[in-house]
Design a protein around this ligand. Structure first.
Ligand code: DQA
Length: 149
């Protein structure tokens, strides 16, 4: 298996995990989640770079600057439901991208059901808490192994 490098991007308010609505998002902090992702990546011979921002422009700048990676996992938080700019950025860079959510966005308020980002991703994983990121990483590796570009 190739030594892939991935970006893991966390959008607005995910820096507050642990204290933010724990009944919905659980009690793990972002640091806890990142270390579980890093551990899984390491055991699969992959490199992951983590980035969190509350700002749409910073997320876009980070994706553009680091588009020499093999793939992207993104939890865009509320920008999922609003950001045509992040969608256009993902479409522009032509890298495989997986959309992730901790909660099941389809079982919550109606406005969370629509994602601007999902149509330009290879898939969407939601509802499994931190494990959504692990499933996304597995799926991304499987995709790259089976869809040589
Ligand atoms: C979220 C779901 C979004 O609707 C919400 O705005 C978030 C977190 C999730 O991980 O479940 O900030 O992306």
């Amino acid at each position: 298996m190739k030594h892939y490098t991935f970006l893991v991007i966390h959008g607005p308010n995910l820096n507050l995990l642990g204290e933010r609505e724990p009944a919905i998002y659980g009690t793990l902090t972002l640091e806890d989640i990142n270390s579980r992702i890093a551990e899984f990546a390491k055991s699969n011979n992959c490199m992951v770079s983590f980035f969190q921002s509350n700002s749409e422009g910073q997320i876009i700048d980070y994706i553009q600057k680091n588009r020499n990676c093999d793939g992207i996992i993104i939890n865009a938080g509320a920008y999922t439901h609003t950001s045509i700019a992040i969608r256009d950025c993902i479409a522009a860079i032509k890298l495989p991208c997986v959309e992730v959510h901790l909660s099941n966005i389809h079982s919550r308020e109606r406005f969370r059901r629509h994602s601007y980002i999902a149509p330009v991703c290879i898939g969407q994983i939601c509802g499994f808490g931190y494990y959504s990121y692990i499933v996304a990483l597995q799926a991304l590796i499987h995709y790259l192994e089976n869809n040589a570009r």
